[in-house]
Design a protein around this ligand. Structure first.
Ligand code: ADP
Ligand code: DP6
Ligand code: CO
Length: 362
């Protein structure tokens, strides 16, 4: 979109990106600047209605510096991650022309034009629900749209990765794998889609919001401490994750819920074990998180096979994946029984899959 006012113009683009929740976790970098991980990871991209970032980017000759507002508050763009994304997108910008508005931007002109960015998350920011994933995927995607970037999604994922590792997976919907890559320059550390949104439509995802407060330890600093101090992290990355990734790919391909659930829960628990193995230890889950795990484990045991998988990112909020809609309804009933609204252990439930069922605010 472009508009002219007294010889000045503003060119804008808006995009929306959902967050993603890892079922095989990324935790640990082998290169901090390029954001290269110590292991592959696999995630499910959520539907955008409840968990997404919406970002508008604008360029104009009237802007004198790059600026950004997150959820209505101005934030600094001086950090290396924002600079990397801006630099990599500007490098790939192409000629743009809008004859009607009389706007012509040459490839090399993009370097001189400043951007203003406004982004909103429709879910808690920095609370362990992967806002950095939705945020940086959206930023890169929308900047690319504005600057007429023609790279494929693999290349965009590698740029989003330089904003936040988990963001590379939010470039795609469905089930996504981030291949750690082998090269030192990170060019092969990209995300690939394992299966699209239409695959495994039975699954229903319920997010139990235990706390929407900003976490005390960011993912970035938490995983840095784990890499430096946790012996379990090295064992996990080298010995456990490679075979788990293969098994998870098979489970997803075959709609094998039993394997999917066992691997998902085991990987979440090992990730939080690595956090405990870190010095000083990091506690992302709290008592309510632990009670949710017990509820699911007991239920799965009593049924003889898994009905629900749980996974927790770097925060106390539970992501629960039910094998179908009937199970999801039962799960909601159980949650409401064990966590009655008046107790305020859970602040809300967000229910959905790739198409939302309902939103049950308590
Ligand atoms: P989370 O668990 O929510 O991903 P992180 O600690 O990994 O928490 O990342 C939070 C950081 O991600 C924020 O401080 C901010 O820098 C960045 N971020 C969050 N939302 C956005 C957004 N919409 N656009 C750009 N950056 C964002
Ligand atoms: C627990 O991608 O937020 O959510 O790369 O430093 O920005 P940075 O970290 P981030 O870490 C995500 C960790 C996780 C697991 C995952 O999403 O795979
Ligand atoms: Co994050």
């Amino acid at each position: 979109m472009a508009s002219e006012a007294e010889g000045q113009w503003v060119l804008m683009a808006t995009g929306q990106s959902p967050t993603n929740i890892a079922v095989i976790k990324y935790w640990g970098k082998r290169d901090e600047a390029l954001i290269l991980p110590v292991n592959d990871s696999i995630s499910v991209t959520l539907d955008p209605d409840h968990l997404s970032a919406t970002t508008t980017v604008a360029v104009s000759p009237a802007f004198s510096s790059d600026r950004m507002w997150l959820n209505g508050k101005e934030i600094s763009l001086s950090g290396g991650r924002f600079q990397s994304c801006l630099r990599e997108i500007r490098k790939r910008a192409c000629d743009f022309e809008d004859e009607k508005k009389g706007i012509k931007i040459k490839k090399e002109d993009w370097e001189k034009l400043h951007v203003h960015i406004a982004s909103y998350n429709n879910f808690p920011t920095a609370a362990g629900l992967a806002s950095s994933a939705a945020g940086f995927a959206c930023l890169v995607f929308t900047l690319g749209k504005l600057m007429n970037v023609k790279e494929d999604y693999g290349e965009l994922s590698s740029i989003a990765r330089q904003g936040s590792g988990s963001a590379c997976r939010s470039i795609y919907g469905g089930f996504v794998k981030w291949c750690m890559g082998k090269k030192d320059d990170g060019s092969d550390s990209i995300a690939v889609q394992l299966a699209d949104e239409a695959h495994w439509k039975d699954l229903v995802i319920i997010i139990a919001v235990v706390s929407s407060k900003q976490k005390e330890t960011s993912s970035t600093s938490g995983m840095r401490d784990s890499v430096e101090t946790s012996p379990l992290l090295q064992y996990r990355a080298q010995t456990v994750v490679p075979s788990r990734v293969l098994k998870m790919e098979e489970a997803i391909k075959n709609h094998d819920f039993e394997s999917f659930a066992k691997l998902t829960c085991a990987d979440s628990n090992q990730f939080h074990a690595v956090c405990l193995d870190t010095s000083p230890p990091i506690f992302y889950m709290n008592d309510t998180s632990h009670r949710i795990i017990s509820l699911v484990e007991k239920w799965n045991q009593s049924e003889g096979s898994p009905q629900v998988a749980y996974t927790f990112d770097a925060g106390p909020n539970a992501v629960l994946i039910a094998r179908n809609r009937k199970t999801a309804a039962l799960l909601l009933q159980k949650l409401l029984y064990y966590f009655p609204p008046q107790d305020k252990d859970l602040s809300s439930y967000l229910v959905g899959d790739k198409s939302i069922l309902s939103d049950a605010e308590l």
